[in-house]
Design a protein. Sequence first.
Length: 347
Amino acid sequence: MSPVSLMKDQIASRNEWLILLSVWLSFVLIQNLVYPLLAPSIWGIPINLKSAIEALYQGAIAFFIAFPVANRQLAKQRYTAFGLQAIALLFAGAFAFEFLVDPLVFGGRTILATVWPQTLETGTAALLLTAIRLLFQRQRSERRFAELQKAKIESELQYLKAQINPHVLFNALNNIYSHALHKSERTPTLILKLGDMLRYMIYDCADDEVDLERELEFISDYVEIQKLAVAGRGAVAFETRGDMSGERIPPFLLIPFVENCFKHCLDTQAEDIAITIGIEAANGRLTLDCVNSFDLASVKDRSPRVSGVGLANVRRRLELLMKGDFALEVGPGDKEYRVHLDIPVGA
């Protein structure tokens, strides 16, 4: 259990005790002040040392039933055993007070008829305290379950996000390497772009959300590096539309679709490659449209990885993050592969 959760439990436990004591004191107050006014012939209880000790005595029995007995029996769902033990303790306590405590300590007379009111009073207090305790326990269990679910989701999201990074990095490195072999003048610029990508992947993506503008800079750098593999074999178009300033998005949510555009083409085509990537922000929504040429016959012949490593990954992330508020359409055809994504973005 985390320190924060432990502190919450300690605070909740302290508050639980305060509430239970307040409930019991209110019950004693009603029993000693209100009941005598409503029915003085039955509840004519004087406020003196005896009544105070009797209230403490009954409270001790009620708290014993609400805590040790309830913990031992109700935790194992032994409701009958709990009921029988509670009744036995109530009657034993009432008889003990009437036949031992009252005569020996206060010199009172033994009156069998007063056993029943005492049992009823103590039983009501015990039942009330036990019910409140069970309510607190249920709330605590629900909170812990919610924390466990949140921790599980966060762990899964971190795992899914971590899976994306190596694929993007390896693809970029491979293209820069092939460019460096030919001693291209663009190599230093491309290395700088790779450095920006690494800085973003290592330092800027620690939070659950990042600036949309920074995410798009990362995608733009990736597209520029990937264009090296398409040079002389086709065309790549990347366009952003709308006001991106101030918007936030989970990191690495879009890059798997962009990565797969290049993968589909490069795995299935040697020439006539066509890739179009458009991203638009409007009215609190972000849309991504990717269209790339696609040779289905070549796929059947060579069995390449046309499904993409990241698509199942990103679909799972969308399900966890967006909670149903997204639209994803992925469709291969004979000549092209299309992806349409619509998600909410916010500041």
